[in-house]
Design a protein around this ligand. Structure first.
Ligand code: ADP
Ligand code: ZN
Length: 211
């Protein structure tokens, strides 16, 4: 099963992505994670990506599409994959159609009012990638799942979040219509409820598809 996970920054894509790929044995491919790994390792792609990510803008399509196209040729993708954060605009979606066969798009809709606070208060485990919110950490600085150190992403600040949300509205949201036309979109509503609540709904739909 090959899936796309669609949703605004802060909609909870990362958390759902982990759960979905665990349940269905899919490779989790996050373009954001790939860029952050490149930045950490000081690669050329990382240096280029950083200048865009810090401003909350999209990394150029050509670079991004090449990375995904290459990643999908790896052997592990034969068991199925979940694309998280790609495609992010209509150009990328059209490119993807040329080199991939997508079975379903999981779209998480969420009230925009929740996102600024969610993203600016987000802390991420540097080892396992689990996300937390400062309001529920009670001062903890390590991951309750793996003990890893928590950090704040550089782009989780009010100014960058504002432009990320604008980019989502202008460039990514049109994908909802694009995949609705293709007839393979599954829509869900994210909320302040625990991630398990949303995941139960997602799994119910995907179980039918996986059979
Ligand atoms: P979020 O969904 O919370 O914004 P991501 O980790 O998916 O976080 O993305 C972080 C940043 O990485 C984006 O703001 C963008 O700059 C860059 N990025 C990720 N995926 C793409 C993509 N498909 N195309 C262009 N830029 C991307
Ligand atoms: Zn962790």
């Amino acid at each position: 099963m090959n899936l796309i996970l669609l949703g605004a920054p802060g909609a909870g894509k990362g958390t759902q992505a982990t759960k979905i790929s665990d349940r269905y044995g899919l490779v989790h491919i996050s373009t954001g994670d790939i860029f952050r790994a490149n930045i950490k390792n000081g690669t050329k792609i990382g240096m280029l990506a950083k200048s865009y990510i810090d401003k909350g803008e999209l990394v150029p399509d050509e670079v991004t599409c090449d990375i995904v196209k290459d990643r999908l040729t790896w052997d592990d993708c034969k068991k199925g994959y979940l694309l998280d954060g790609f495609p992010r605009n209509l150009f990328q979606a059209a490119e993807l159609d040329k080199f991939a066969k997508i079975d379903a798009v999981v779209n998480i809709n969420i009230d925009f009012k929740l996102l600024m606070d969610r993203l600016c208060g987000r802390r991420v485990c540097k080892d396992c990638g689990e996300s937390y919110h400062v309001s529920t950490l009670n001062g903890a600085t390590t991951c309750s799942r793996c003990g890893g150190e928590l950090y704040q992403r550089r782009d989780d600040n009010p100014e960058t979040v504002k432009s990320r949300l604008e980019v989502y509205n202008e460039q990514t949201a049109p994908l909802i219509n694009y995949y609705t036309m293709q007839g393979n979109i599954l829509n869900f509503t994210g909320s302040e409820a625990p991630a398990e609540v949303l995941f139960a709904q997602v799994a119910e739909s995907l179980d039918k598809l996986a059979r």
